[in-house]
Design a protein around this ligand. Structure first.
Ligand code: NAG
Ligand code: NAG
Length: 392
């Protein structure tokens, strides 16, 4: 009798384990996000679906622009077992989007210094949320499994709308609820200091540069990773190659368990991983509006309320940190290979005296009077040409 009872229990237990294993491995439900998943992100151009299967074929999660890609791209990737995250800016107004005219001017804040085509948004506005709920519906209609709403960190910037971190928490809660009404997941982009407040409602995080030597803040994700959720982590090393696997970008404090990817700032199809492997996803297009003629961004702007101390020791020079917000293709002017600025970008007349700008410093742009040559091995790149050039 006792043996029969235990057999029944054993059977029940086995069945339960089997069912739960099925639920996790079911190829029909690949939307389960898991710590350490391999991924790819492309925001410049769109994956060339005629070249399926696309490298890296073992990347389970693909983060792609909601507007630039057709529904067929998302569906084809999903049919191949991939999880598709759709990227859009939730916290800035972008002047080239089809729905740009729908935003009331009263809901627009300051221009983003590095992105003259964008302004911070009053994220609590009913009208803004109405527009964003249409975008979220579009993501659902196109078949996205999840959304990657960018620029939720206006509160860390000079936004002109008095946005606070409580606004960002409220907005994330609203984004999550709206996405969930279409059975989509949501991730937290950067915005590290609201992670504790939203970690239970987001299914993943997307981070830029937490492992860069000057930030070194990946450890802030340790509890999040311990809960089994993935951190899709992007680093922008000054040059991309296969020997970055043992650097702090890949091995720095807190990076263990992260889904780290090494990319060029343009976020094109080229990618390195920490195991030294490289993938060149074939892409098409990369069309984007030319930047509006905005003012030259102020040199000293940082995108952090409390930027970590950079390793640089000397210097009274203002610290210009790299853009934290994903460099969207739309605001990234095409960089014709022949026209890559290397010595005397922008106006300005150039710094004279043979001086050299350090890594991350400005090195050109309209009215720029400082050094226009970068210290080795960095080159002066137009991150928002013709307004702003930086040693990268
Ligand atoms: C690889 O990239 C790193 C960081 O960008 C750089 O320091 C290093 O010199 C590069 N190595 C080679 C062999 O190009
Ligand atoms: C990292 O270092 C180990 C041990 O020295 C080496 O075997 C491995 O190839 C290195 N990885 C990369 C990506 O360079």
């Amino acid at each position: 009798m006792e043996s029969l009872t235990s057999k029944i229990w054993l059977w029940v237990l086995t069945a339960a384990l089997f069912i739960s294993a099925l639920a996790q491995d079911d190829p029909e439900t690949p939307t389960a996000f898991r710590k350490g998943q391999k991924w790819q992100i492309i925001l410049l151009g769109t994956p060339d679906m005629t070249k399926m299967p696309l490298p890296p074929t073992d990347a389970e999660v693909w983060d792609l622009d909601l507007f630039d890609n057709d529904a067929s791209t998302f569906q084809t990737l999903k049919a191949a077992g991939k999880t598709v995250i759709c990227y859009f800016s939730a916290g800035t107004w972008e002047d080239w989007r089809d729905d740009a005219k729908d935003f009331p001017s009263a809901d627009l804040g300051k221009v983003l210094p590095l992105w003259p085509n964008e302004k911070w948004l009053r994220t609590g506005s009913a009208k803004v949320r109405d527009i964003m709920s249409k975008r979220i519906k579009l993501a659902s209609d196109k078949g996205c499994d999840a959304i990657d709403p960018d620029n939720t960190d206006g509160y860390q910037n000079d936004n002109g709308l008095s946005l606070k971190n409580t606004d960002a928490i409220d907005y994330m809660q609203w984004l999550q609820k709206t996405a969930a009404s279409y059975s989509m997941k949501v991730g937290l982009k950067n915005s590290l200091d609201i992670l504790p407040q939203v970690s239970t409602i987001v299914d993943f995080a997307v981070n830029e540069q937490c492992g860069a030597p000057e930030y070194n803040e990946c450890s802030s994700y340790s509890a999040f990773l311990a809960s089994g959720k993935p951190v899709f982590h992007i680093e922008y090393p000054p040059s991309l190659n296969s020997s970055l696997g043992n650097t702090t970008y890949c091995k720095g404090a807190g990076t263990d368990g992260m889904s780290t990817i090494l990319k060029d700032l343009t976020l094109d199809g080229r990618t390195f991983y920490c195991d030294g492997s490289q993938a060149d996803t074939p892409t098409k297009g990369g069309t984007r509006p030319t930047p509006s003629r905005g003012p030259s961004p102020p040199r000293t702007t940082t995108r952090w309320s409390t930027p970590p101390t950079p390793p640089r020791t000397s210097s009274s020079r203002p610290i210009v940190t790299p853009p934290r917000t994903t460099l969207r293709p739309s605001s990234t002017p095409a960089r014709p290979s022949s026209a890559q600025p290397t010595s005397t970008p922008g106006g300005g007349g150039g710094g004279g005296g043979g001086c050299k700008s350090k890594h991350w410093d400005q090195c050109g742009g309209n009215n720029w009077k400082g050094c226009t040559v970068c210290e080795s091995p960095y080159t002066c790149k137009g991150v928002s040409a013709p307004y702003y050039y930086q040693c990268l």
